[in-house]
Structures are given as C-alpha cells and as structure tokens.
Write a protein that binds this ligand. Sequence first.
Ligand code: SF4
Ligand code: SF4
Length: 289
Amino acid sequence: METNITKPVQVPEDYNYIGVFLTFACNLKCHYCINHFEQGIIKRKNISGKDWVRGLNRIISREDLPITLQGGEPSLHPDFIYIINNIKPDLYIEILTNLRFDIDEFKSKVDPERLRRDAPYASIRVSYHPEQMDLDETIHKTSKLLKANFSIGIWGVMRPGYEKIMSEAQSKARKEGIDFRMKEFLGEYKKKLYGTYRYSGVCDKKFRKKVQCKTTEFLIDSEGSVFRCHADIYERLNPIGHILSPDFQIENKFRDCSNFGHCNPCDVKVKTNRYQQYGHTSVEVKGIK
Ligand code: SF4
Ligand code: SF4
C-alpha cells in the first residue's frame, strides 16, 4: 500500500455522518440485521489498525461531526483499542457496539475523556438485541463503564412484536441511571417495510431507475474503500475512492446511479440528524422519472 498519504481529506460542510465500518464480522446473529439487508452475511477483509489510523488521521472534520466506529461489531477488529488510542485528538470518536467485549481491558486501556464530547446523546451507543443478548449482563456492563466515567447509553429498536420487551428493558435500565433510548425499526419484517421514506417505493426492489444522487455521509468499509450510500457499501458497488489513496478527496456532487428502487432504508429514511432533529434524509435524489 502507498505510504505517502498525508494529503488531508476535508469533510464537506453539509455532511452529517462519518461511518467507519471497522469490520463486518459480528459475534451475534440478529435475523433482522440491517447489514444483511439485500444479501447474506458480508465477508470482507479488514485493513490493519495502522492503515486505519493513517487513513482516518487525514480527515478534517468538525467538533459536531465525529467519526463513528461501527460494523458489524467494531470491537472484533483485532486493533480496536489501538485505533481508538491513535486517532488524532481533534477527531471525535463515537462507537456503535453490542458490548460483547472485555470491558475491563477496555477500561484499563482507554481514557473515557477520549470518547466524550458535548452532544445530546452518548458517545458509546450500545445496541440491545433481546433475542441475542442478556439484558442483565448488558445493563451490568453499561453501568460499569458509566461508573468509570464513559459516555455510554443503550439503544433499543422497536421491532414489531418486541414493544413490551423493549419497554420493560428500558425501564429496568433507567432504574440503574442508564440512558436507554428507542429507535424506530427500519427495514423489512414479515414482508412489510417499516419506516418513513422520502421517495415512494424506493426500498421495495420493484424497479430500478436511473437518477442522480448526492450523499451527506462519508462511509468507509472494512477494506478502506469509500462509498456514497449503504446500498453501495453492503453490495460493494461503485466505490468512490479509498481512504489510503494519496489523491483521495471527497467530491460533494450528484452522481449517476442506476439502482434507485433498490436503496437501503438507512439512506432514504426520514430520520434525525446529528443534532437529533427530525426530518433529515441522508441522500438527495434528482431526475426521478
Ligand atoms: S449486533 Fe448488530 S451487526 Fe451484529 S448481527 Fe445484530 S444487528 Fe447485526
Ligand atoms: S439512489 Fe439509492 S442506491 Fe443509488 S446512490 Fe442513491 S441511495 Fe444509493
């Protein structure tokens, strides 16, 4: 791999998210997993921690736009802690995790202040999946990290049929002083698509139209390739660059796409932005006929 990659990568002002998919591997098997939206389990290589650090440290972002380490389960990257501890201090870090890692090791090696910023939600966001995770263990581990001064909370997805379980889990966690928030279920369940989408039929896979699409998200897969949307990253379609490519820059523009109609819910769902304001959509599409 090229070693001279010092050229900074400026994140455009209107970008709302930087998603770093450290690995697509996961130690759980949630059958509704959004990572498996239109295909089976994703098997892709992981670049090393050193390469992640070199690539991510090129990024020039803002205080209100952290990089989010996610997956899969990001802690399964063998250099997870090294990456957190070597990303330059002016990049804020957030983590989406199922917390199935050694939290004592994490506590002893990571400074909680490194994972803290002024934001209306926690920097470490634990996804609670009741089918696969033990609630008491999740609450116990979260409490331990909270007491160690980490900014951490739990998020549950209001999946159809799980409303009661999730509400009970929320009350139990809140009694322990944990910020437990609910997310709307996003995606397909029993042949019904849940969520509010900006464009009609856009995730139904009943048509493919040629459009122009512009993203507000910077999405990097586990190999370091950059994609414009979740549909592309999961299908490994149309990468727009590589984080270790010396000339890589983000071009904030509309790009041709022939897959409108097979979009991923994450990209076209009406949702909250990084300020937790409702009404945001990750991509803007024009030329729909
Ligand atoms: S924990 Fe997250 S990434 Fe892992 S299988 Fe469940 S939904 Fe998918
Ligand atoms: S139209 Fe849909 S599939 Fe095409 S780039 Fe935009 S979000 Fe991705």
